[in-house]
Ligand binder design. Sequence first.
Ligand SMILES: NC(=O)c1ccc[n+]([C@@H]2O[C@H](COP(=O)([O-])OP(=O)(O)OC[C@H]3O[C@@H](n4cnc5c(N)ncnc54)[C@H](O)[C@@H]3O)[C@@H](O)[C@H]2O)c1
Length: 302
Amino acid sequence: MDEIRFDDRIVIITGAGRGIGRGYALLFGARGAKVVVNDLGAFVDGTEHDESVAGEVVKQIEADGGTAVSDSRDISDFAQAEALIQETYDRWGRVDAVIANAGILQDRAFVNMSEAEWDAVTAVHLKGAFNVARAAWPLFRSQSYGRIVVTSSASGLYGNFGQANYGAMKLGVVGLMHVLSLEGAKYNITCNAIAPNALSRMTEALLAGELHDRVGPEHIAPAVAYMASDRCTQTGLIIQAGAGQFCRTVLATNPAVKITDGHVPATLEQVAERWHAITDVSGIADAGNLSPQVLDPANLLG
Ligand SMILES: NC(=O)c1ccc[n+]([C@@H]2O[C@H](COP(=O)([O-])OP(=O)(O)OC[C@H]3O[C@@H](n4cnc5c(N)ncnc54)[C@H](O)[C@@H]3O)[C@@H](O)[C@H]2O)c1
C-alpha cells in the first residue's frame, strides 16, 4: 500500500501533551499534517495547569521535520473549544480532523463518589468531546469534509470498579458518536470511537509487569490516524487497540421474542416466563466477543 499522508491536512488533538494523544500528534506530524497539540497540562485528576506540556510535543514534531503549534486551552469550556477551532481556522484556513482525546480520572467507589467528581469527569470527557465536535461541525459541513474521533474505554463498554463517572462518560461519547455519524454522513463527516489500551500515567498501576514493554501509547495512533484520514470513509465504528492488536466492538441485539402482536401489552408474568429467551445471546454470531479482547492475556501472550 502506498504511504498514507496528511499533507495539507489540519488536525487538532486534545490532550496531546502526554500519553496516547502525544503518540497521535507525533504520527500525524510525521505524516505531513499540520498539528494542533492541545493540552492544558493537568494532573491525572484534572487539577493544575502546565502550558509547557503541549509545547514539548511541538518541539519534538518540529525536530522531526513536521509542523505543529501548541494550545493550552481547557476543552471542557465551550468558549475555549470554540476559540481553539477558530484560531486554527484563522491560522491555516481549514480544519480536517478533531481527535477528542483529553481525559482525566477521579476514581472512587460509587458509595463515596461526590457530585464534584461526577461533574469534573463529565466536563472533560463528554462535554469536552461535544465542545470540540460542535465547534468544528459548521466548518466541516461547509468544507464537506471532516473527521472526528472520540475516545471511549473498556471501562464504559464493559464497566470497571471505581469508575462510575468515567465509565458513564466513556459510553456517553459512543452515543454522541452514533448520532454524529448519522448527522454527518451526507456532509462527508465521519465520527468514530477509539477504545485504547495503553501504558500511560493513567494506567501505569494496571499495566505493569509482563505486558509493560508491549503496551506503549504509540500502538494506538495507527488506528486513530486511519480513521482520521481521507482513506477511511466508514463511520460509527468502535475500535479497540493496544499492543499491536485491533478489533471492532459492536452493540449486539438478539432476535426479538414475540410475546404479543402489539395490540395488547405482555403481562409481567409472560415477560418473566420468557426472560431466559429474551436475554439469551447465544444466537448472536459474535457473542463470544462480548468481552474485552485487546490485552486479553490469552490473545496477547498466546
Ligand atoms: N491509557 C489507557 O489505557 C486508556 C484506556 C481507555 C481510555 N483512555 C483514554 O485515552 C485518553 C488519553 O489518556 P492517556 O492514557 O493518554 O492519559 P494522560 O493522562 O497521559 O493524557 C491525558 C491528557 O489530557 C490532558 N487534559 C486533561 N484535561 C484536559 C482539558 N480539560 N483540556 C485539555 N487537555 C486536558 C492532560 O493534561 C493529559 O496530558 C483519555 O481520554 C483516556 O480516558 C486511555
